[in-house]
Ligand binder design. Structure first.
Ligand code: SF4
Ligand code: SF4
Length: 64
């Protein structure tokens, strides 16, 4: 129980990501890193939701 990982609130990219790069170009912070899947640098994210709204395959989840 004490070791349970607590997920922070925010936006996360799931394996549904197809690597199109749309979220990167829509992020005002440019805090999304390319990869499989792409990842959000949580410490720089403003929680603006722009990536979430623009992902063509709904690979980005909002948590919390
Ligand atoms: S929520 Fe906004 S700041 Fe955070 S990764 Fe998405 S577009 Fe960038
Ligand atoms: S917009 Fe969606 S599918 Fe495209 S790179 Fe970002 S998370 Fe992946």
């Amino acid at each position: 129980m004490g070791n349970a990982r607590i997920e922070e609130k925010g936006y996360y990219i799931t394996d549904v990501c197809i690597g199109c790069g749309t979220c990167q170009s829509s992020c005002p912070q440019r805090c999304i890193t390319e990869g499989e899947p792409f990842t959000i640098q949580q410490n720089h994210c403003l929680h603006c939701g722009s990536c979430y709204e623009n992902c063509p395959v709904q690979a980005i989840e909002r948590r919390g």
